[in-house]
Design a protein around this ligand. Sequence first.
Ligand code: NAD
Length: 491
Amino acid sequence: MSQQILNVNKVQRIPLLIDGQWVGSGREEIYPVHAPATGHKIAEIVRGTEQDADQAVRAAEKAFNSEVWQSIKPFERGQLLVRLAQHIRNHRDEWAMRECRDVGKPLSQAYADVEAAARYFEFYGGAADKVAGESIPIENGLLNVTVLEPVGVTVHIIPWNYPLQIIARSVGAALATGNAVIVKSAEDTPLSAHALAEWFAESELPTGIFQHLTGLGQEVGAPLVAHPGIHHVTFTGSVQTGISVMKAAAENVVQSTLELGGKSPNIVFADADWDKAVEGVTRAIIQNAGQTCSAGSRLLLEESCKAEFLKRLQQRFESLDIGPGESDADIGPILNERQFKQIMGRIDEAKQQGKILAGGRAVTPEGGEGGFYIEPTIIDGLEPDCAVAQEEIFGPVLSVFTFKTAEEAINLANSTDYGLVAGVWTKDIDVAHTVASKVKAGQVFINNYGAAGGIQMPFGGYKKSGIGREKGFVALRNYVEIKNIAVKYGK
Ligand code: NAD
């Protein structure tokens, strides 16, 4: 398996996994997958259909209700997930190289994703037999308890930017709580989902407990989320598609957990530790070339330190190297031409309205011919309400704004439709906590940004950044129904 995936000259065909069978290998309807670093074709996925979605849901229902699955004890489900974590760690080089080639990300970031995926499976594996209900005091002679039951068939719609991590975080929680999962991978980055499907296909799980659908969002994703046999949808991606998914889920009256990106601010006060703040602000926007839902794409800077701080930041941006993921440069390629054009269009817009302080150009690094690369870019002088300052760009592009007071900083931070993450950089504990309490964001980081992934930390957004929370113990609640049982006893 690994040799095939890592062989750069081989174009791998990726079929669907439905009810334990590899489906569609002989079909003509395929979608090509290109390495972002060079544009070379590395794989082709089978384009799943409405009928495939239907078969997968039926197989999931059957597997979920099977005696085999129902008789597996929670701790045994957990052990299986822990074994998967071990497998990922034992083969970390292959998993990292696969993610690096498929998504284009720098190798060390791919290794970090691999470790995060292992941690998700391990964390949720450990939690499998610790998700418990409660007893509620009502009156003498009445024992009232709640029991947490799996919801049934859960659907996981995956984006292209962090495929392995994002599958692991929701599939780990859903399997730990006893559900049957169907993963729909992103059309452009299917490799790690397929490798997981191979592992599950060989595991002792009943067929139909883990299934993988490949294909286009409209062709197989939409019928899957509209299927009456599903019980929960977890989606990460754009606001627009998230709204369609939520509407389909509403028609089915099933819950959806949506993570829809952001326009996250880093708020830097003059008294901050500048070395740490410069590095934190830089890392927050260059990770995965800015193609990150929690990218710190706005810098809100206390006016009194603007000139000096920006000089330091500019120097740091200019020191960053750009190259194919395998060279482990600071910044890798953009996913594809569509995303590249979208980002460059935003940079051109910004040039009309503000001033480029660093970057702003497309480049072709050595070994990256055929790929799409953009210099890390700082833009100053934009109006805070312009489109570039308000909308997610999904590239290595940072817009700078200034404030004089903490109140102004809070208003600026809250001035977009998003509310996923915020960073606050100051040595003043009062200021730090005041800002943290008033910023509308699902995660606030003080004097750091991202906390190394934070497997255990609830993650999700305010406003258009989404609904519900993933990661941490709280995410297990997405995948259970609460049943209340009242028992009358005595006379
Ligand atoms: P998208 O939201 O359209 O796609 C995400 C996933 O949803 C993919 O697996 C896709 O096949 C699937 N999908 C598409 N339409 C569907 C439907 N009707 N029903 C069910 N599933 C469907 O995102 P995209 O087109 O890949 O990227 C566009 C923009 O989205 C990016 O520029 C970026 O701004 C944003 N984005 C955000 C994140 C994030 O982490 N929040 C991730 C990827 C993309």
